[in-house]
Design a protein around this ligand. Structure first.
Ligand SMILES: *Cc1c(COP(=O)(O)O)cnc(C)c1O
Length: 428
């Protein structure tokens, strides 16, 4: 796979280079140069999950990895399901939270870990990532005890749930965690400062595990095909509209890449919480990133979504083309809570992020269309939010409950970049 920089097409990289930390010299992100439209989608959708994943990945990165290696990666990374559930009101939910840390971030993090262990590295390798909750947990678990890799996770202190914090910060060993006195955007800014320092990046072998890493997006593209395949299998024939709860917009970007390759989806909904940079833009405003606002769907508290420039690039920066494919809406906390209650009343417990996607889908769906929303995390991860809304507890899966007793091993830091760089160098 050949990738080019979003800001200057003269910046190029292979998939192996981009996924192991190369960034474009002229700024921006690496993004695939070409999207071929596959003309055998009907056949692809008939394949079983693991085989379909391998076939798709071979088309994308088969020039860099042998098929046998891709098969191994798929077996290692995607050893859990993405079931499609039909609710009493007829809507479809693609549940992406059946991996080890109970959020869809497991797909990207486990794929990245499987890929990186198969790319030789000349020096040290450090995975540096900012998280609003779920990425840090998935990355820490995916790379825990992997030889020759140090993982560093930054998260906003007090803005992740207690269980999330334990998932991120209770592993230790090769996983170092920092609780930052600031927002997710502050964490991301610190990480960006480190990546912009080319000497530091080279010395430490810095690699991002955020959705700026293309490997994460390629992994996520796979479950969109699974969703379409399952919908077809269950007899859905109408136009499919997929609602994606969005923060940093990696998930939606992956869906749009799948669509470019031929995924049979009629339109997508970009569903956000009060952090509405993208809906404001698509409604005809200017593209104005803002400081993030804290909400009850905290994994989507992103005011300056990194992946938007990839998405804009997929549409050739053509606003009309974007609007033809993308519906968008922002949902506030009150409406999110009301939607959690409504879903509960029809027998479905949704996490706050999933509820945002469901709410947006209901207003954006036209007659004759079938709606599917993505469930991005297990509701038990957000017990503190759900319990007061539902007036009951949510059963905590054993995987999560086992973390609750473990101590948090984080170091607290402020947003001073120079001090953080010094701390980072001391870790190797
Ligand atoms: C990360 C996350 C999102 C947002 O995904 P993006 O790819 O950043 O848009 C939504 N829901 C949950 C539960 C998440 O962890």
């Amino acid at each position: 796979m050949i990738l080019i920089g979003t800001r200057d097409a003269r910046d190029t990289a292979t998939f192996a280079q981009a996924s192991s930390g190369a960034t474009p010299a002229h700024g921006g992100l690496f993004t695939p140069r070409d999207w071929k439209r596959w003309n055998d989608i009907d056949d692809l959708l008939k394949l079983p999950w693991a085989l379909r994943c391998a076939v798709i990945l071979e088309r994308l990165i088969g020039d860099e990895f042998e098929r046998a290696v891709i098969d191994e990666i798929v077996r290692e990374a995607f050893d859990f399901e993405a079931p499609l559930v039909r609710l009493a009101d007829g809507s479809l939910v693609l549940e992406l939270f059946h991996g080890p840390t109970l959020a869809f971030k497991d797909f990207g993090a486990r794929f990245l870990a499987a890929v990186l262990t198969r790319i030789p590295s000349r020096g040290p390798r450090m995975i540096l990532t900012a998280t609003s909750g779920d990425t840090g947990a998935a990355v820490a678990h995916a790379f825990w005890r992997k030889i020759g890799v140090r993982v560093v996770v930054l998260y906003p202190r007090g803005r992740v749930s207690p269980l999330q914090e334990r998932q991120i910060a209770a592993l230790g060993e090769n996983v170092s965690t920092f609780a930052v006195d600031g927002s997710f955007d502050d964490c991301q800014a610190l990480v960006k400062t480190c990546f912009a320092d080319r000497t530091l990046s080279a010395d430490l072998g810095l690699t991002s595990a955020n959705s700026i890493n293309i490997a994460r997006l390629l992994a996520q593209l796979l479950y969109y095909f699974e969703g379409a395949a399952s919908a077809r299998k269950s007899g859905v024939a109408g136009r499919l509209v997929v609602s994606v709860p969005s923060g940093n917009f990696g998930n939606l970007c992956a869906g749009l890449m799948a669509w470019k390759a031929g995924l049979p989806v009629h339109a997508f909904c970009a569903a956000t919480n009060a952090n509405d940079t993208v809906p404001r833009f698509l409604d005809g405003g200017a593209y104005e990133p803002r400081t993030s606002i804290a909400t009850i769907s905290n994994a989507m508290d992103v005011g300056a979504p990194s992946n938007w420039e990839r998405i804009a690039g997929l549409f050739g920066h053509d606003l009309t083309a974007m609007r033809a494919q993308l519906r968008s809406e922002a949902v506030d906390d009150a409406a999110t809570a009301a939607e959690i209650k409504r879903l509960n009343s029809i027998g479905y417990t949704a996490c706050p992020h999933t509820a945002v996607a469901s709410r947006v889908l209901r207003t954006q769906l036209a007659a004759g269309e079938t709606g599917m929303f993505l469930a991005t995390a297990h509701p038990a991860k957000f017990m503190e939010v759900l319990q007061p809304i539902l007036g009951r507890t949510v059963e905590i899966p054993e995987r999560l409950a086992s973390m609750a007793q473990r101590p948090v091993l984080s170091e607290s830091i402020d947003t001073n970049a120079a001090a953080f760089v010094t701390r980072l160098r001391a870790l190797v």
